[in-house]
Design a protein around this ligand. Structure first.
Ligand code: GTP
Length: 338
């Protein structure tokens, strides 16, 4: 069986972090996000990573860490279904499709077993949410069959509180529903067509946790959940730490000076946080300097930036260099999970 990991989005909502790193390479407890998905796969499942933007970073990471994964490149983004079609020649039967930006407790083995038991054409993972009006929710029969998707329904009209959780198990014939070499969305185009054709389309719910690491706030939330799961107050690589850390992670080669207080922060490699800096809900990319006494709240600092002494900044993204060539000015990804 193959697992196609969708890893080709630009991750515009996570800019400026994604100006310099592919979204699946953003670190969670100092490990690229995509590694959590790969580790969750049952033995024997072949990993195919569908990527375009900064795909060389993924290849390099797999090579350096002896991870057996094949990167299949797209010339340009083909969307969540187009990317799967692009990898068609490597698929030899039922297969998995996984969004690379989901951190969850989904048990892949049970998920696959459920798909087989139901003799489903497609099975998608489902997760309950409170704010149904922001998502596409499913109309689910008691036997687990999905009859339709309802886009952003008012709460009282929602057929359920279950949303597409970004992991799919599919029969190979699904590939016949996807035209080649075109931008095609799995959620908006392929799934509705399959349901209309009356094919057995099932939903699989699970317990535990599910986080769509699409935004800065959910990225920080994912870090918090993983720290809690490991029973850690903070997590640090090989760094010099003299300040106080709460629910935060620190990469390698950082210096966190005396009097610093970090609360729910993610600090990448090679950063210097000078004396008496206070930060809350912040993400600081590689090789940044935050000078003495700065106060930062809900701030995302792009790679190689410097924040001056005594700065007070709230709700900002810091990036003072030109945009990377070809990076989209607005979101082009999958509008289902906004
Ligand atoms: P935003 O720009 O912030 O919306 O992020 P995104 O581009 O990653 O889009 P979104 O979060 O909707 O994507 C869901 C998943 O599909 C992510 O794992 C993306 O990497 C992946 N993805 C989205 N579009 C493409 C694509 O065109 N090709 C491939 N290979 N993967 C894609």
């Amino acid at each position: 069986m193959q697992a196609i990991i969708l890893a080709g989005g630009y991750g515009t909502r996570l800019a400026p972090l994604t100006y310099t790193k592919a979204k699946p390479m953003l670190p969670l407890l100092n490990k690229p996000m995509i590694s959590y998905l790969i580790e969750a796969l049952p033995n024997g499942v072949e990993v195919i990573v569908a990527a375009n933007y900064k795909n060389e970073q993924l290849q390099e990471y797999f090579d350096e860490n002896g991870i057996n994964a094949m990167v299949v490149k797209e010339e340009k983004p083909l969307g969540t279904a187009g990317a799967v079609k692009n990898a068609e020649k490597y698929i030899d039967g039922a297969f998995l499709v996984l969004n690379s930006d989901i951190i969850s407790s989904l048990n892949m083995r049970k998920f696959i077993q459920y798909h087989m038991k139901k003799k489903a054409f497609v099975t998608i993972s489902l997760w309950p949410v409170k704010n149904v009006e922001e998502y596409g929710v499913v109309d689910l029969q008691p036997d687990g069959r999905i009859m339709r998707f309802v886009e952003k329904p008012p709460r009282h009209e929602a057929p359920s509180n279950l949303i597409n959780a970004g992991a799919y198990c599919m029969e190979a014939e699904v590939l016949d529903y996807i035209p080649p070499k075109k931008f095609v969305s799995m959620e908006m185009e392929v799934f509705p067509k399959i349901i209309d054709d009356g094919k057995p389309f099932y939903g699989y719910t699970f317990d535990g946790y599910w986080i769509d690491v699409g935004r800065h706030s959910s990225y920080i939330e994912a870090t918090r959940v993983l720290l809690k799961k490991k029973g850690l107050k903070y997590f640090a690589g090989k760094s010099e730490i003299k300040g106080k850390l709460r629910e935060s992670t620190i990469g390698d080669r950082c210096i966190i000076h005396e009097g610093v207080m970090l609360n729910s922060c993610i600090i990448y490699d090679g950063c210097v946080i000078e004396k008496n800096v206070r930060m809350e809900n912040c993400i600081v990319a590689d090789n940044c300097i935050i000078e003495e006494n700065a106060r930062l709240k809900n701030v995302v600092v792009g790679e190689g930036e410097k924040i001056g002494k005594n700065a007070v900044i709230e709700d900002e993204k810091i990036w003072n260099k030109p945009l990377p060539v070809g990076y989209p000015r607005k979101q082009i990804g999958n509008p289902v999970r906004r």
